[in-house]
Design a protein around this ligand. Structure first.
Ligand SMILES: CC(C)(COP(=O)(O)OP(=O)(O)OC[C@H]1O[C@@H](n2cnc3c(N)ncnc32)[C@H](O)[C@@H]1OP(=O)(O)O)[C@@H](O)C(=O)NCCC(=O)NCCS
Length: 305
């Protein structure tokens, strides 16, 4: 049915919408990627439930006659906001639903007072670039998802966090603030630890939030580094040590590979990953509104999908 015949409501996504939202996201991405039948796509991944339950996210929905037509999520990392996923049921594409969802997302980002927001999208899609550019998100560097099989030899997991959450958050905030004032991933730390999504590796000169397990966004047997950062000045050796600790954590969870995301504007981090044997898996483009935290020397890994 065309939208002119439908009365579409926009509201916050509720707990009872989660099964339909998960199905919609899988169907929308299966259709756009075109690699699998929708029913066979992302069966073992969930890009919705954990993000909905996280303390630093907000979800909007588009609904008509009780049917979910679209969803959009935005996560708040302090003064930075990361948009995604945005998905519309394929039967209702090009009926202005994503534009209206993005209008709600943009208003919320303004209300939060964020100085920067961004998202990861398909670099070769006029539809995607055009949609987000309307809302002031402009393409800058590529964003690359990379993977490396676990190497097989690991030292003990001395630095996996098991202690006080407040102390951990303030330690990590000290590192992210030193990279970019206002960058705060406390919500990601809480989501990983409170929901049992994974663990946090904390070192004096860096930290990493890792997801693994059955419902991990990266899929089975993968340890996925949701966010990792090295204190400015600590250098690539600190990144190497941090990745080593992530591998040890991954091995303890029976993962077979480590997955990371990096913006290619962080040239030193990107080159280090390539030299360390990480192979490119997915190439997207990062779209930004406001001042990002990417520069050549920043040793920061994040995945905005
Ligand atoms: C991408 C997606 C969310 C778009 O949803 P949608 O409801 O069809 O989008 P809308 O109808 O609201 O937006 C249409 C806008 O896209 C842009 N657009 C579409 N085709 C375009 C083109 N060829 N060139 C430039 N801009 C284009 C325009 O801004 C257009 O608005 P306009 O016609 O008023 O100019 C939807 O296709 C989807 O769910 N895809 C699968 C999941 C996905 O890819 N999510 C986004 C990941 S970042």
């Amino acid at each position: 049915m065309r939208n002119c015949e439908l009365e579409i409501h926009f509201a916050d996504l509720k707990a009872e919408d989660l099964p339909a939202a998960r199905a919609l996201v899988r169907e929308a991405f299966a259709t756009v990627i075109g690699e699998a039948e929708p029913g066979e796509f992302w069966n073992q991944r969930d890009y919705v439930s954990a993000r909905w339950h996280a303390p630093h996210t907000h979800w909007f929905k588009a609904q008509a006659q009780g049917e979910l037509l679209g969803v959009a999520c935005v996560s708040r990392w302090g003064q930075h906001a990361v948009v995604g996923p945005v998905a519309v049921a394929p039967d209702h594409w090009e009926q202005d639903i994503a534009k209206q969802l993005m209008a709600h997302v943009s208003t919320l980002i303004d209300e939060w007072g964020c100085t920067h927001s961004g998202l990861f999208t398909f670099p070769d899609s006029p539809r995607h670039l055009g949609l987000y550019q309307r809302f002031g998100f402009w393409p800058r560097c590529l964003s690359v998802v990379m993977a490396r099989p676990l190497s097989g030899s690991y030292s003990p997991l001395a630095e996996q966090h098991t202690g006080d959450l407040q102390a951990l958050q303030s330690h990590c905030l000290g590192i992210t603030e030193a990279i970019s004032p206002g960058l705060d991933v406390s919500g990601e730390i809480q989501a990983a630890l409170h929901q049992g999504l994974g663990g946090v590796v904390a070192r004096r000169d860096g930290f990493a939030i890792c997801h693994y397990g059955q419902h991990c966004e990266a899929g089975p047997e993968v340890c996925y580094v949701r966010f990792a950062a090295v204190r400015p000045g600590a250098g690539p050796e600190a990144l190497a040590r941090l990745i080593g600790r992530c591998e040890a954590l991954a091995a303890a969870q029976q993962a077979r590979q480590l997955l990371v995301g990096v913006n290619t504007g962080r040239v030193q981090a990107y080159r280090w990953l390539l030299e360390a044997g990480f192979r490119m898996r997915i190439i997207g483009v990062a779209l930004h509104k406001g001042q990002d935290y990417d520069n050549e020397a920043v040793l920061l890994l994040d995945d905005w999908r």
